[in-house]
Each structure stands twice: as structure tokens, then as C-alpha cells.
Ligand binder design. Sequence first.
Ligand code: ATP
Length: 217
Amino acid sequence: MTYIVALTGGIGSGKTTVSNGFKKIGINVIDSDIIAKKIIKYDDRISFSIKKKFGEKIFNIDKSINLPLLRKYIFNNREYRLWLENLLHPKIHKETINHIKLIKSSWCIWVVPLLVEKKLEKHANRILLIDTPVKNQIQRIIKRDQINFEEASKIITLQATREKRISISDDIIYNKKEIKKIDLYVHYFNIFYSFLAKEHQKKKIKNMKKNYLTKFY
Ligand code: ATP
């Protein structure tokens, strides 16, 4: 079984930016968000349930689900959010396991935004956190998603706190400014995780967690 490095962080922290860096150097990346979007798009039973819950207005003209509208609903209503998470989570989990089973390389990245919220830590061998100050997260998602300050702040208050994420992580990339440095961190972690995966396979390191903690601040 491949060695699994969970990559997590709050909204807009830079998970995709970092995971793209890993992809670029040939690392296998399994992304829960991409899996979720595919399930919403292609799983008829899921789109039927979503239609039943929100009505025809949730569809675009081409009958695909209007994702920005769905996002708006779930971030404004806790019941809707939990309902959707419970609907998707078992399928995402099953798909993720299927993807991971197919991986032949010694280690992989598993991008999992809700690692803390859904208590998924036990499924990872190691946890890499992309940590960003809330102020920067807000600025980035306002720009990227064209939402206002209140909407952006609200989404962040619904997520786990930075402190909670930091407390469960093994390695941390502090992604405040210097986006150019990401490639450097990615190269470092490639070497580091290749080493850990090898040691893990040889069972040299029993408890991998909290050994060799790395922080890039
Ligand atoms: P989400 O949780 O919404 O999927 P994410 O954690 O994957 O977000 P990204 O999509 O990687 O975050 O980044 C969010 C936005 O911030 C993107 O537009 C990205 O280009 C930008 N960004 C990422 N890192 C930095 C940085 N260090 N400096 C400036 N902008 C950045």
C-alpha cells in the first residue's frame, strides 16, 4: 500500500497551488474536491437527490448542477451543508480508496480539505498543512470566487480553526506570500516523503507521526 500524505488547509489556503506543484514533478495526487465534483456531475442518483432537495433552480440551462449556487446554499444553511456532506461523503470515501489502491508509487498526496472536520486523520500516514492567515484567505477567495467580505468570513468561521489544524499536522507550509517558494518546498517534501515511505515500508519507523516535524515559515 502506498504511503499516504494528506494535504489539508482552509479554503483558499493554497492546497491546489501546492498539489499542482507535486503533480508537476510526477507525484500521484488524489483530490477529494475533484472526486466530489465528478460525483455531483456524473452520479445520477446524487444529482436526483440534489434536485429533490433544492428544486429545478439548482440546474444550469444545460442541466448540470449550478455549483456556485449550491455552494451559496450550503454555506448559508447548516442543515443543507450537513445534508450534502452526508450524501457525498461515503461516495467520496469509496472513490478515494479505489484511486489509492491503484497507485503503484511509494507515496502519494491526498488532498482533503475536511480532514479535521470529518476526523479523517487516521487514514493518512502523514499530514501536511497549508497554513495561511485568515486575512489572506479572505482576500484570495473574494478575488477568486467574486464573493463579498461577509460571505468569505462566514465560510471561514464554518471551518476548523487554524490552531486545530496545526495541532494535528506533522508538517506545515506557511503560505502567506512568496508563491514562488512553493516549488522549492515541493522539491524538499518530495525527497522527504520518498525517504519516509521507504523507511515505513522497511518498518524502520513505527510511529511516523511527530517524527521529523518540518515547518516552512
Ligand atoms: P479551496 O479550498 O477553495 O479549493 P485552495 O486551498 O485549493 O482553495 P488555491 O486554489 O490553491 O487554494 O488558492 C486560492 C487562490 O489563492 C488562488 O487564486 C491562488 O492562485 C492564490 N494563491 C495561492 N497561494 C498564494 C500565495 N502564496 N500568494 C498569493 N496568492 C496565492
